[in-house]
Design a protein. Sequence first.
Length: 154
Amino acid sequence: MISKIFSMLKKEKYLIITIVTAMIFFSLLYFLTVVNVYEKNIFIYAIMNGTLFTIFSLLSSMILSVLFGIYLSLAIYKINLSKSHSHKSNICTTGALTAGTVVTGCPSCGIPLLALVGFPLALMSLPFKGLEIKFLSIVIIIISIYYLTKKLPP
């Protein structure tokens, strides 16, 4: 799996797609986390949520962004190779990105999608304040990358 990813990323086109996509997606997650909620100040976010939570939240957002960039590059690479795409992989990635975006920011204010269905403070009751769902979304996108690379030619 990893060798297929590295061989794809050796091509400049796919490396650029990965980097640009990761930067755009991280910027979106950062905007939803800090700029939109904490008056554009990461230090206020850290004071309100704790330094360790802030570090893990931003780190998991970076990982999710890079994995999404890799997934998008792999999907384009596979489409260019075979003109077909795995439906199972699409479902996994959509679920992972939705989960990752839902838990962006603090549990009480960064989850507007859960607020629509009546769970504005649902993540506060979790032991890690919702980071569990972010890590779950990372696992799901890794699984979708696995399914996508499994169907690539060696």
